[in-house]
Write a protein that binds this ligand. Sequence first.
Ligand SMILES: *Cc1c(COP(=O)(O)O)cnc(C)c1O
Length: 216
Amino acid sequence: MALRADEFKERLAGVVGALDRISANVRIVCVTKTHPLDDLRVVLEAGKLDLGENYLAELARKAEVLDVEYRPRWHFLGHLQRNKIAGIAALATEIHSVSRREEVISLARHGFAGKVYIQVAAAGGGGERSGADVGEIPALLDLSRSLSLDVVGLMGMPLPGSDVEVARYFRSVANLADQLGLAEKSMGMSGDFLIAAAEGATVVRLGTVLMGQRSL
Ligand SMILES: *Cc1c(COP(=O)(O)O)cnc(C)c1O
């Protein structure tokens, strides 16, 4: 079903109101992956220019049309596949999902001049998790800086868990960012953004709660 402007604005007002009660100055990235162009136009017409996408092909298709009309800021949230990095570097404004040395080197080689977040792995995730281990992050940061990438913060996605466990993870990401002198904490999705805001998020990445259910 197409996203209606009044429906989107009402959801956005609800989210902004809830965030304002917890913390000033949390930026909202509206995660638009899988949603059609007309839904993105609704978001952009409402004045929200920070859009999140996970797949290069989809981002490219949308950017080709919307960059001309609106100049959105594209936040890339997905895996940085080796053969996609050049395209991502060319289109994204901010990349939230950097976690490996090769990605850092490749982004620098392709002249990525936007903002970078290093993704912190959730502890105990096992094989499938994404993100860098806490111990690897200072070296990744040094490498990024030596290659003139603009690392502004850390990104964190918790494993499923209780509110207490999720809060503890967000707090650890925020503390690590503070220790490293990184101002931005990209933490919190539809299910946990209020917890994230309470633990110091400066950016929340919200899909479902603003856009409605994703079609696959
Ligand atoms: C899809 C996605 C989101 C948004 O998820 P919702 O639960 O729909 O808010 C946020 N961050 C990342 C990294 C995502 O992949």
